[in-house]
Design a protein around this ligand. Structure first.
Ligand SMILES: Nc1nc2c(c(=O)[nH]1)N[C@H]1C(S)=C(S)[C@@H](COP(=O)(O)OP(=O)(O)OC[C@H]3O[C@@H](n4cnc5c(=O)[nH]c(N)nc54)[C@H](O)[C@@H]3O)O[C@H]1N2
Ligand SMILES: Nc1nc2c(c(=O)[nH]1)N[C@H]1C(S)=C(S)[C@@H](COP(=O)(O)OP(=O)(O)OC[C@H]3O[C@@H](n4cnc5c(=O)[nH]c(N)nc54)[C@H](O)[C@@H]3O)O[C@H]1N2
Ligand code: SF4
Ligand SMILES: [Mo]
Length: 713
């Protein structure tokens, strides 16, 4: 740069992605172009560092394949053939179709289905104007379960909410269990604190079937079988009880149901737990010694639990068992002790103001679970289900790639009688099935405000550049649709500005940003600094005070018992469990069953779910879709590294490249995700194999509860 050139403008923002870290961004803008997206050094959790993915956010934003104009389908569904149309032509047609469906008869609007997730975690470009729109319409609700609902429900039933330790205090812990988390890949800014603790002498133990880059950097790695975490937690409790490494005072005063949890834990001698987990009993004993020693020495033991361990049948119960552990040893007494899965419950978000559920009042509205969208799109009208799904509006999500059992999902999206609208940045696998693709702005182009789930700061995102092409924020698209719906319904003349003509459909994005934390966060401070820290206690449960009905840590949940469920946590075997894993013959061909390998499909480090798969510089690092397989499973199948293999089960088959690797433990293969189907070897991805079965709690998906067989080609 010439010394006389003006300095680039620095615009403060927030990373929009579904990642616990919610980094504070600084975008450098020159001549109206974003030239660099950097981490904000003034934000403690971000520490001036971004992950490799979002460092490429400018590349993603200016990607030559950005969808910048409304597109209308011209070819067969899925063919990806579209023509450019004007906004008014697209919105007029969409509004007319929705109006016709909604006015066919009482409750007919329920056959209009919104489908969205956390493509952006922004509270405004997520569920604000969109929710108002669908509530006013009386459309179906969406049960947003695809990521975290089993674990969330487990936390709510045990601790009372999505609350836990403050992430920065992990730096002071003496022992950190990194449980079901590949932190280096998906929680990088927590890993910075864990590293600090390590430098101060803390021991780090990783609990993960896969030998991840994180597992390699911990002192110990416990490579249990997928879906066996509750058994491990019970084995650990058994040892704590046997050695009396228990904080009896804490148990007495601040927990509910200890005698019955104790009885249940006593059913889990380490040998039994080790057998179920497919590990050595000595590993559980050593884990218990480390955890118990912190109690004896009055030092802080911290658990960073993450969502990787709850994508199995018993995921909710496993979270309940693990979230109970800190109360056994009174680890909560330390600010650097306890557990953190999600902190999102700490944010005083005014969802009612943003989403206006009152607009739905009195209208019949069914709820569809996003994790079973495959089955639900194929469901005919019935008294139980109501009308078949006739129209689907997708935003902030790519279900054709990310939802389980994609064979069914694709069949559903292929339905000629389904009207599909997709608000997107790119022609994703899902957008290929749209009747209309509407170009949405990226985080550099719109306003938003964010909470987080891995820290407790509120962040503001200001637009850094003007929208590219004809892209519009999600909010604006729903505002303009609302205007058209009002005109079609004659709302203005009918009741003087009710219905879709109500003033709430005219709120602009800054107004929505202000409404999100109204009265709880100083918006002027947000405007000035880009972030604001919530005022929360340092050791939230040192003296009990859990936000449960009893105010205690609920080992026993009366609420679950009232639903006819087990009030205590338990170990639930996977739906698709390895039949009799035998350590002495770790060679899986020795095991029975047509599908003798357990497959997990955690994210590839350089993608964010299915986002960034089309960013060339990042895809070049990942190379191509791979399946990691242990040598003891590869050799008997004649599989070598680099070879194309077929991974299959009753639900389908998927081709990818095998990597014979110590990252896969015997009996478990790792199919890294989530590739765009059309960028894979034969137009499928790993979700061709996953099932639509749901978790024990929270109605979540069971992506990592999946048996397969692998064959060389
Ligand atoms: N780079 C990157 N970062 C991401 C994402 C991404 O796609 N890429 N996704 C974001 C999203 S949406 C989320 S929800 C989070 C996901 O991040 P996490 O909540 O950490 O979940 P996963 O990455 O699914 O899995 C984490 C680890 O759990 C392991 N695991 C799988 N099954 C089991 C099990 O049964 N028990 C145990 N103990 N471990 C198991 C996996 O091998 C993996 O290494 O990360 C976010 N951050
Ligand atoms: N096999 C397997 N499947 C999985 C998982 C797994 O680990 N294994 N992980 C699961 C998990 S944890 C999750 S959270 C889900 C994630 O699934 P999704 O929520 O669908 O996440 P992404 O794949 O990142 O897709 C988000 C899409 O939103 C778009 N988007 C981003 N910002 C905006 C915006 O402002 N406006 C509009 N209109 N669009 C926007 C992006 O371009 C992107 O295509 O996938 C799940 N699927
Ligand atoms: S994806 Fe996560 S680590 Fe990367 S910039 Fe966003 S919040 Fe930070
Ligand atoms: Mo997720």
């Amino acid at each position: 740069m010439n010394r006389n050139d003006p300095l680039p403008l620095r615009v403060l923002g927030a990373c929009p992605h579904d990642c616990p870290d919610t980094c504070s961004l600084v975008t450098l803008v020159e001549n109206g172009m974003a030239i660099k997206v950097q981490g904000n050094p003034a934000h403690p959790q971000t520490g001036g560092v971004l992950c490799a993915k979002v460092s490429r956010y400018a590349e993603r934003t200016y990607h030559p394949e950005r969808v910048l104009f409304p597109l209308k389908r011209t070819g067969l569904k899925g063919s990806g053939q579209f023509e450019r149309v004007s906004w008014s032509a697209a919105l007029d047609d969409i509004a007319a179709k929705l109006h016709a469906i909604a006015n066919r008869g009482p409750g007919s609007a329920q056959s209009i289905q919104p489908y969205s997730y956390a493509g952006t975690m922004g509270l405004v470009q997520g569920e604000s104007m969109a929710a108002r729109f669908f509530n006013q319409l009386g459309a179906a609700q969406l049960d947003r379960t695809i990521c975290s609902s089993a674990g969330s429900e487990g936390l709510v039933q045990t601790l009372g909410g999505k609350v836990g330790m403050r992430v920065a205090f992990f730096a002071e812990a003496k022992l950190i269990l990194i449980w079901g988390s590949n932190s280096i890949a998906s929680n990088l800014h927590f890993w910075r604190y864990a590293q600090e603790a390590k430098r101060n002498g803390a021991k780090l133990i990783c609990i993960d079937p896969r030998r991840t880059e994180t597992a390699e950097k911990c002192h110990e790695h416990i490579a249990l079988l997928p879906g066996t975490d509750a058994a491990l937690a019970f084995g650990l409790m058994h040892e704590l009880i046997r050695n009396n490494w228990l904080d009896h005072d804490y148990l007495e005063r601040f927990t509910l149901g200890w005698p019955s949890l104790r009885d249940r834990a006593l059913l889990w001698p380490v040998e039994r737990a080790a057998q179920v987990c497919g590990i050595e009993a000595a590993q559980i004993q050593s884990l218990a010694r480390d955890y118990g020693q912190c109690f004896v020495d009055k030092q802080a033991a911290a658990i960073r639990l993450n969502y990787g361990m709850q994508r199995v049948r018993g995921g909710g119960n496993a979270v309940r068992a693990i979230a109970s552990l800190p109360a056994l040893t009174g680890a909560w007494r330390h600010r650097a002790g306890g557990v953190l899965l999600s902190a999102s419950g700490s944010f005083p978000v005014n969802r009612a103001a943003l989403q206006r559920p009152d607009l739905l009042a009195g209208k019949p509205s069914r709820t569809v679970n996003m994790s079973t969208i495959g089955d639900d799109l194929l469901r005919p009208a019935s008294p139980d289900f109501g009308p078949a799904i006739e129209a689907l509006l997708v935003y902030n999500s790519n279900p054709v790639a990310v939802a389980p059992e994609s064979g069914k999902v694709v069949q559903g999206f292929e339905r000629e009688d389904l009207f599909t609208v997709v608000l997107e940045h790119f022609k994703t696998d899902t957008a290929d099935y749209a009747d209309y693709i509407l170009p949405a702005t990226t985080q550099l182009e719109h306003w938003d405000v964010h909470g987080a789930y891995g820290h407790t700061d509120v962040l503001l995102n200001r637009p850094a550049i003007t929208p590219l092409g004809e892209a519009k924020p999600n909010t604006q698209i729903f505002r303009e649709l609302a205007q058209r719906m009002a005109a079609l319904a004659g709302d203005e003349s009918a009741d003087g500005g009710g219905g879709f003509a109500a003033p709430c459909f005219a709120d602009d994005d800054e107004t929505l940003c202000r409404a999100a934390f109204d009265g709880h966060v100083d918006f002027e401070a947000l405007l000035a600094n880009g972030f604001a820290t919530l005022n929360l206690p340092e050791a939230p449960f040192a003296q009990g005070g859990f936000p449960t009905p009893s105010g205690k840590c609920e080992f026993f949940s009366a609420r679950l018992a009232q639903q006819g469920l087990d009030g205590l946590p338990d170990y639930l075997e996977n739906y698709e469990a390895l039949a009799g894993f035998d350590k002495s013959t770790s060679n899986s061909t020795a095991r029975s069953g047509a599908y003798p390998l357990a497959m997990i499909s955690p994210p590839a480090r350089n993608f964010l779910n299915s986002s960034f798969v089309n960013v060339t510089s990042l895809r070049d690092i990942e190379g191509e879709p791979v399946l990691e397989i242990n040598a003891s499973d590869a050799t008997p199948r004649g599989i070598e590294s680099g070879q194309v293999v077929r991974v299959f089960n009753l639900r389908g088959s998927y081709r990818c490249k095998a990597v014979v690797s110590h990252r896969a433990r015997p009996g478990v293969v790792n199919g890294l995700g989530i590739w765009w189907r059309k960028l894979g070897l034969d137009g499928t991805n790993v979700n061709q194999l996953t099932s639509q079965r749901l978790t024990d709690l929270g109605r979540g998906p069971t992506f990592y509860d999946c048996l397969v067989e692998v064959a060389g080609e």
